[in-house]
Write a protein that binds this ligand. Structure first.
Ligand SMILES: [Zn+2]
Ligand SMILES: [Zn+2]
Length: 109
């Protein structure tokens, strides 16, 4: 086998392994934007803040403060889940390799 060919195959196998390792499930312990990144990949935006409110419900169960979340997001142009990502957290890169606990960002502000 050609060396180049072998390298291409090795790279492809490496990529496949990385994809299988990546957990596509939304992680409610992650910050809001990381959660939305994962959740929107499987569900898509329904034009509302459904996934945001789902995340908020998870925080409530964990007794974390999210008072004023919706007003905060809407005042920054986040009127649906994808707008929250685009307008409220445009600079926050999703933490693709978060630890077991949660990603490294503040929860929502
Ligand atoms: Zn995060
Ligand atoms: Zn949207």
């Amino acid at each position: 086998m050609e060396d180049v060919e072998a390298a291409v195959i090795a790279a492809a196998e490496e990529h496949l392994r990385a994809c299988q390792l990546a957990d596509p499930q939304p992680r409610p312990d992650d910050c809001l934007p990381c959660y939305l990144h994962r959740a929107l990949r499987s569900t898509g935006c329904d034009g509302k803040l459904s996934l945001t409110h789902e995340w908020q419900g998870h925080q409530r169960v964990r007794r974390r403060r999210t008072g004023g979340l919706t007003a905060y997001l809407k005042s920054r142009g986040g009127f649906c889940d994808c707008e929250v990502l685009m307008n409220v957290y445009p600079d926050r890169e999703p933490d693709l390799h978060p630890g077991r606990g949660r990603c490294s960002h503040p929860a929502w502000r």
